[in-house]
Design a protein around this ligand. Structure first.
Ligand code: G3I
Length: 354
């Protein structure tokens, strides 16, 4: 008996150690995949260890977007995409593809001909087809799902589609075509429409209408991506619950594709830095508010686990995030679950204790 008592601290510390080793993906294994957006560079740092411990899936943050991967008409640059794909294969991680058709980070050559004039709809669609076919085919052995079309719905309540160069040249047809090209290149890939500000009821209504219309026409669209770029002041519980409920009624798999919770109140447009923006300390108050929002988000994600198949964080740790430069350039943000030393924050505990 005495010997058993002597062994107890060792047993407890081993159990505790094993507990600490558990990653987000383990806590959520009965719910959905937990993913993370990465750069090729991050995979060569100590963040790689954190990825393997915590996440079961990855998305290339920028490397597979049209501009970086297809800088000139007859030149692709697969360096970043290939190294992310190789890391995923080597470590048995799932990989999401992001993104095949987006108005942003599009190379200038895409919309103009040799004399600098805007291309016709036919030329644009042919270029889109070539691009999608090449990229999807290259990664079809490793990418299981693609964000095919990204952010084509307008934010303004008075407009339906975003007035992008794609839209001005090709009308809405490029949306269905993008899905068709992707499906032809990899019939097994799960094809997503992905957008932000989906907690806004008007925008959400437009997204749902577009997806229903595409499906009615037989367009191969298989999933809905909610980016989830939120903040300490949004979404409210009611807003997020209604958002997830509305999208789940589509009957498609749903993924939270780009989750982060800014410690500053949400702003939708870039603006100049002002005096108050220099207060960038991650105070106890910011920490507490962020923890509360993460807690409510994951409570609701778990509630909708039948529809949600993955939750992907947009960046790995507070070391760097696109929010460090948006909406204000060079204003440090702390939107993720791990700090710059890669240690779990209070919000991590709120997410895994349930
Ligand atoms: O490629 C250049 C590089 O050559 C140069 O050295 C460097 C110096 O600034 O800039 C590099 O490009 C930057 C690129 O990120 C790679 O770091 C761009 O300026 C910068 O605008 C770009 O930002 C990305 C942004 O999309 C583009 O709009 C962010 O990293 C990326 O996190 C963000 O991700 C988007 C999703 O794809 C779609 N949903 C919204 C989300 C946040 O905006």
């Amino acid at each position: 008996m005495k010997n058993i008592l002597l062994l107890l601290p060792i047993v407890f510390s081993t159990v505790l150690h094993a507990q600490q080793e558990k990653g987000l993906k383990d806590y959520y294994k009965n719910y959905f995949d937990i993913g993370v957006a990465v750069s090729r560079h991050a995979l060569q740092t100590d963040e790689a260890g954190l990825i393997l411990q915590q996440f079961g899936s990855m998305t290339a943050e920028n490397a597979m977007k049209m501009g970086p991967i297809h800088p000139e008409e007859n030149r692709y640059n697969f360096v970043g995409g290939d190294s992310i794909a190789a890391f995923a294969k080597r470590n048995n991680l799932k990989l999401r593809g992001h993104t095949l058709c987006w108005h942003n980070q599009t190379p200038r050559w895409f919309f103009t001909n040799a004399t600098g004039d805007t291309v016709t709809k036919e030329v644009l669609l042919q270029r889109l087809k070539d691009h999608i076919t090449t990229v999807v085919t290259r990664y079809k052995d490793v990418i299981y799902a693609w964000d095919v079309v990204n952010e084509v719905i307008a934010d303004s309540p008075n407009e339906f589609y975003r007035n992008s160069t794609f839209y001005r040249i090709a009308g809405e047809d490029f949306i269905a075509k993008a899905f068709e090209y992707a499906h032809a290149a990899d019939p097994k890939a799960i094809l997503f429409y992905n957008d932000y500000n989906e907690i806004n009821a008007v925008k959400r209504g437009k997204i749902i209408k577009m997806v229903n219309d595409l499906r009615a026409k037989g367009v191969p669209i298989h999933g809905i991506g909610l980016q989830g770029h939120w903040a300490v002041n949004e979404p409210s519980r009611e807003q997020l619950d209604k958002t997830l409920e509305d999208f789940s009624k589509l009957g498609l798999p749903m993924q939270i594709t780009e989750l982060d919770i800014s410690v500053y109140p949400k702003e939708h447009n870039a603006r100049e830095k002002k005096a108050s923006d220099y207060d960038t300390i991650f105070s106890a108050e910011k920490q507490e508010k962020q923890m509360e929002v993460y807690k409510l988000c994951f409570e609701l994600f778990r509630k909708y686990k039948k529809s949600i198949t993955a939750v992907t964080f947009w960046n790995i740790s507070d070391r760097s995030s696109w929010l460090d430069n948006f909406p204000v350039r060079e204003r440090k943000d702390y939107p993720l679950l791990f700090d710059k030393y890669l240690k779990p924050k209070e919000a991590f505990d709120a997410v895994v204790k349930f």
